[in-house]
Design a protein around this ligand. Structure first.
Ligand code: ADQ
Length: 449
């Protein structure tokens, strides 16, 4: 019996040799189980004409494409997923653009995904659906398949009062309840979901929700990282040499690092403002610290993301304008994508990681930093899912600029003994959250059902 994984995107890159695994949370977590059990990944078609028929190089895995018109993609992905659900679930209510056409495209595309799954489904297969792009899919599949059906939501499920802003809220919750098992990163999200379901009239008892004759289980399964891979990177001599060259580039005693997709949920602008305030309030650090902020280009078609880029560029320019000296560059801003090795060199070079999203489902960068660093301090937003697990980090409120500036000062002054102790405790917690064990835990619970 094989496994069918359904996600908006496929975890592959197209190369001259065909499709090879991409680097990333979902690829790491799910490709090994898919390869071990054999099965299919269903995703929206990408890579244009060239990639129309390419198949993954791993022989046990097949890719099933869902072909969408440009208009459908814009409405379903650019529209309902990224202009409605994404801002709503991260509590950015003023960024929501509620439009009926977006929902119609979202429904149409979820139906297309359902047809693709039904085409390849065989009795006894397990189906595992990913994330906010496909909320309606479990409901659409339930009528047509019998076997175990799981759903995992990777971003925060907001409080029911916020979710109810959506005119289609009930239909979306009923869609999710098509699954047998629904997973979230934290208890907060699971409880929010249960309250939302209760609000729409679905009976809730403990972690179970009834819909018609069926009972749906809701569980918490936090996703982690590939701990084996990041341990290797933490030991690699090449990565170490690159880390040393980054420190030479910084040219100061202490290096601070931020790494994010350029997304308004990640709190990049607020973090830069906090750094500016830190340099004002703790002037003795001037000339002795440098901040490297890496931002990966993301969703550049959406106006809110272009506006964010403008705002971040402006603050970067202002900080450099106020503080840059001939012998000191207080801030470097890298607007680009890196390989995992390159990113790890930044992690190893940094004395402090400032990971301060305004909201975040989990935040894997925080885990990657801790696992790769040997003496660093993690300053983490208490509004990231990861904060529920990483108790030994310095937790901050990402909206409180003074609080963040003070935490940065404390992190930079922390004695070596305390840094090591906290880091060891954090590494132990992250080991338990390993990405592959996440997939095993979720699937065994689903199949034990
Ligand atoms: P994201 O919002 O993308 O994921 P995150 O969990 O931090 O956030 O994952 C980002 C990944 O991208 C990390 O593995 C990181 O290494 C990589 N990355 C970031 N910047 C990069 C760069 N410049 N170059 C190369 N790689 C870069 C969503 C949710 C999260 C949730 C995950 C998984 O928003 O809350 O943790 O899914 O469920």
């Amino acid at each position: 019996m094989s496994l069918i994984i359904v996600a908006n995107r496929a975890p592959f890159r197209l190369t001259a040799e065909g499709l090879v695994p991409a680097v990333g949370g979902l690829a790491t977590a799910l490709l090994p189980v898919l390869e071990a059990r054999g099965g299919t990944w269903v995703a929206a078609a990408e890579w244009g004409e060239k990639g129309r028929t390419a198949q993954p190089r791993q022989s046990a895995i097949r890719l099933e494409r869902v072909f969408l018109s440009e208009r459908e993609w814009q409405g379903y992905y650019g529209g309902f997923s990224n202009r409605v659900l994404w801002p709503l679930c991260h509590y950015f209510l003023d960024k929501i653009e509620l439009r009926r056409e977006y929902f119609q495209d979202y429904l149409r595309v979820n139906r297309r995904f359902a047809e693709a799954v039904v085409r390849i489904y065989r009795q006894g297969d397990t189906v595992f659906v990913q994330d906010y792009h496909l909320l309606l899919l479990p409901g659409l599949l339930r009528e047509r398949i019998r076997g175990p059906l799981g759903f995992f939501f990777h971003i925060p499920w907001p409080s029911s009062g916020v979710f109810r802003i959506l005119p289609w809220g009930r239909a979306l919750v009923a869609g999710v309840l098509g699954a047998d098992l629904v997973g979230f990163h934290t208890w907060e999200y699971a409880e929010n979901f249960l309250r939302t379901a209760a609000h729409y009239g679905f009976p809730v008892e403990g972690n179970r929700v009834r819909i018609g004759e069926r009972t749906v289980r809701v569980e918490v399964h936090p996703l982690g990282i590939d701990t084996h891979r990041f341990h290797e990177l933490s030991q690699s001599p090449e990565v170490g040499a690159h880390a040393r060259s980054l420190r030479r580039l910084a040219g100061v005693d202490r290096l601070i690092l931020g790494v994010d997709r350029l997304d308004y949920t990640k709190g990049i602008r607020e973090r830069l403002l906090a750094y500016e305030r830190f340099l004002q309030a703790y002037p003795h650090w001037r000339g002795r610290v440098a901040f490297f902020q890496i931002a990966t280009p993301s969703r550049t078609q959406v106006a809110a993301y272009r506006e964010l880029k403008r705002q971040v560029d402006e603050v970067v320019g202002r900080i450099l304008g106020s503080f840059l000296r001939e012998d000191w560059v207080p801030l470097r801003y890298f607007y680009q994508t890196y390989t995992q090795e390159e990113l790890s060199a930044f992690y190893r070079a940094a004395d402090v990681a400032l990971i301060t999203p305004l909201r975040d489902g989990m935040n894997l960068v925080a885990l990657e930093y801790v696992y790769t660093s040997s003496e660093g301090v993690l300053v983490l937003s208490n509004l990231a899912g990861a904060a529920e697990y990483l108790k030994e980090a310095l937790l901050v409120n990402p909206y409180d600029l003074d609080g963040m500036a003070a935490a940065l000062d404390r992190a930079l002054r922390m004695p070596q003994g305390e840094r090591r102790e906290r880091l060891l405790a954090l590494k132990a917690r992250i080991q338990v959250l390993d990405a592959q064990s996440w997939a095993d835990r979720f699937l065994s619970s689903l199949e034990a059902g």
